[in-house]
Design a protein around this ligand. Structure first.
Ligand code: PLP
Length: 232
């Protein structure tokens, strides 16, 4: 599993060089290692090599792996979440990146309350308005935030987006820019439970461009663990 150690070092050194190029502290960029489809043994190795945060996109995969993954690592839910599954992960993840409706936020609030905790969430924005992707449109964001501001057991910590896949990551820079502008304009919002701290954007193909445009969480799977095999 030496290649995983090397991949991780490469990703971190890329993050370091982009950060020094734009005058940002690399410690201010959180690397979430996306471990979907990856075996527990390999995920645990990567944690030994320095991974602190892992991202999964399926509830079943989190519940299946949870007991077998080293304690102390932080779990992020980064994929679409159905309301009836919130109860399975509410006490397992540190942040849900994929909230895109009030009904979902409300259910998270309810289950968080049952567990006497406050759940950190990000609002997923479909900046490019792709039919195939979840997330709300930029135009609906203010209204959603206003609704969520009434909830006591969720805390909005920022925004998340998945850019369209383009061979050339330069082609998605415009979407990252757009979301960063919105993120900045929302930073003056004065609701107790809304704080624009995290901008989660950038995956293996485009995380360097995303950091240049202001991302402070990047979600990297393939770049660390190699290509995924969905047929196993
Ligand atoms: C799979 C996934 C990633 C990581 O994708 P890679 O291209 O393998 O880095 C990031 N974010 C989300 C939401 C994902 O589902």
């Amino acid at each position: 599993m030496e290649h995983i150690r090397e991949n991780l070092e490469d990703v971190k050194s890329n993050i370091n060089s982009v950060c020094s190029k734009i005058g940002k502290n690399a410690d201010d960029v959180l690397l979430v290692a996306v471990s979907k489809t990856i075996d527990e043994e390999i995920v645990n190795k990567s944690i030994e090599y320095g991974v602190t945060d892992i991202g999964e996109n399926k509830v079943q995969e989190i519940t299946r792996k949870f007991e077998n993954i080293k304690a102390g690592v932080k779990w992020h839910l980064i994929g679409h979440l159905q309301r009836n599954k919130v109860k399975y992960i509410i006490d397992k993840v540190c942040m849900i990146h994929s909230v895109d409706s009030f009904r979902l936020a409300e259910e998270i609030d309810k289950k968080a309350k049952d567990h006497d905790l406050v759940m950190d969430i990000l609002i997923q924005v479909n900046v490019a308005m792709e039919e195939s992707k979840f997330g709300i449109g930029l135009g609906d964001l203010d209204g959603l935030l206003e609704e969520i501001s009434t909830l006591k057991n969720v805390r909005v910590m920022g925004l998340m987006t998945i850019a369209p896949f383009e061979l050339n990551p330069e082609d998605v820079r415009k979407y990252f820019k757009k979301l960063k502008n919105k993120f900045d304009s929302l930073s003056t919002m004065e609701y107790d439970n809304i704080r624009m701290k995290y901008l989660s954007m950038g995956m293996t193909n485009d995380y360097m461009v995303a950091i240049e445009e202001g991302a402070n969480i990047v979600r990297v799977g393939t770049g660390i663990y190699g290509a995924r095999n969905y047929n196993k």
